[in-house]
Design a protein around this ligand. Structure first.
Ligand SMILES: Nc1ncnc2c1ncn2[C@@H]1O[C@H](COP(=O)(O)OP(=O)(O)OP(=O)(O)O)[C@@H](O)[C@H]1O
Ligand SMILES: [Mg+2]
Length: 398
């Protein structure tokens, strides 16, 4: 089957032209190995997970490297981080030779951190997230974006179950002292049930009978391994505020549905979690559009003490931003724009767009102006706007 092109492709190629080394991180099974191998088909491929290879590296790292002919892809570099010191020496000896050393690693701190530190200034660091809706229209709330689920959506229950198993047993165990795996598994579902809420660690700790510091540590792991998104409140004081807790979202909506026991579109439609899953879905699309264009992830929510709330504030160049409200209901009403209009008045003209993102308005795709200065966009339309209005996919009227 032909590969689905990745949006980050051009950013990766630019990195290869500008840096001697490139590191591709990201959650497990997001497509890292596939991307590097297809982007640089002539590169030699070394899978460092292979015990024989690890053995050769351990015995004589210099000889191991000398036998290679760059460009080389080192897959799963976290298994042999000691190689990096030798590669750094080679890179420093020929600093103008670009695109020769490519690495993947699942985002396992502190190993990945060590990797990025030891290659500082010599390596571009990119992150590959699961598919976005701009990459394939097969992405939706129930299916999420992991390539294997997108390609075989019917098998998703089994896939998620084994994904969680591998994730917990390999990634989580290797970085944290998780003694009781069943409790950790319950923790994952509990986090999914708090999707879209302000993070309350005590509230998560109590039902599991574990301490608040443990909850903090576990959440940190979920964030580092790219599983959950923490959206901080916007700090700047538009005259009022102050709320400090981030909002928590599961990064892949399909995995969130699985953790909540939602198995079909019909169940999703009836679910009390529909609104928050949709909100998380939009949040992850925003972040994907940022990292896929080589930008930093940056997303906030707004809430002040008077109770004025706007779901998302998306930074734009020149200290401007877009305000975004996410509505799972299929009908959009002008009143949904109220909070965004109220907030706009306090931002000194910096809120350049106000957008209600909805699932699919009954009125069809031409319905974009909700009220004066407010747009109503489907997720597809919104994703295409996030990507600079290019590659817009037409949404059919329903
Ligand atoms: N662009 C793509 N188009 C179609 N299928 C893809 C694409 N990228 C990845 N896949 C499929 O998804 C699966 C996982 O991809 P891959 O092994 O590249 O992910 P990974 O991030 O390297 O995973 P791991 O963290 O386990 O190393 C593979 O079976 C691959 O065929
Ligand atoms: Mg891989």
């Amino acid at each position: 089957m032909p590969l689905i092109p990745r949006q980050i492709g051009p950013v990766l190629l630019a990195a290869l032209r500008r840096f001697p080394a490139t590191v591709l991180t990201g959650p497990r099974r997001s497509g890292k190995t596939t991307l590097l191998r297809s982007a640089v088909p002539k590169a030699q491929y070394v899978l460092l997970e292979d015990p024989d290879i690890q053995d050769r590296v351990r015995r004589d790292p210099r000889a191991f490297l000398e036998a290679l002919r760059p460009p080389v892809i080192f897959d799963e570099i976290q298994h042999t981080p000691q190689l990096l010191n030798y590669i750094r020496t080679i890179v420093d000896g020929q600093p103008r030779r670009m695109g020769r050393w490519l690495f993947t690693g699942s985002q396992e701190a502190p190993l990945m951190q060590g990797i990025t530190e030891s290659m500082a200034g010599r390596a571009a660091v990119l992150q590959l997230l699961p598919f976005s809706i701009a990459e394939t229209p097969k992405v939706d709330m129930l299916v999420g974006g992991f390539p294997e689920v997108v390609l075989h959506p019917r098998d998703r229950a089994l896939w998620y179950a084994s994904y969680l198993q591998t994730y917990i047993e390999r990634d989580v165990r290797s970085i944290a002292n998780v003694r009781d795996l069943t409790v950790f598994r319950r923790f994952l579902s509990l986090v999914a049930s708090r999707n879209g809420q302000m993070l309350n660690r005590t509230d998560l700790a109590a039902p599991l009978g574990i301490s608040v510091p443990t909850i903090s540590e576990w959440l940190h792991i979920l964030e580092l391994t790219g599983q959950v998104i923490l959206v901080p409140p916007y700090f700047e004081n538009f005259g009022k505020r102050l709320i400090k807790s981030p909002k928590v979202y599961w990064g892949d909506a399909g995995l969130a549905c699985h953790l909540l026991g939602i198995q079909s579109q019909a169940e999703l439609e009836r679910s009390p979690f529909l609104g928050s899953i949709f909100e998380g879905f939009v949040a992850s699309e925003i972040l994907k559009s940022q990292v896929n264009r080589g930008q930093h992830k940056e997303l906030y929510y707004f809430r002040d003490q008077q109770g004025l709330e706007v779901d998302f504030l998306v930074p734009q160049p020149n200290a401007r931003f877009w305000l975004v409200e996410v509505k799972a209901s299929k009908t959009v009403k002008p009143s949904m724009a109220g909070p965004m209009l109220a907030l706009t008045g306090n931002t000194g003209g910096r809120a350049t767009r106000r957008i209600v993102v909805h699932r699919k308005a009954r009125t069809g795709p031409s319905f974009r102006a909700l009220s004066k200065g407010v747009e109503a966009l489907t997720v597809d339309q919104f994703a295409s706007e996030m990507n600079g209005g290019k590659g817009a996919r037409k949404t059919s009227a329903s």
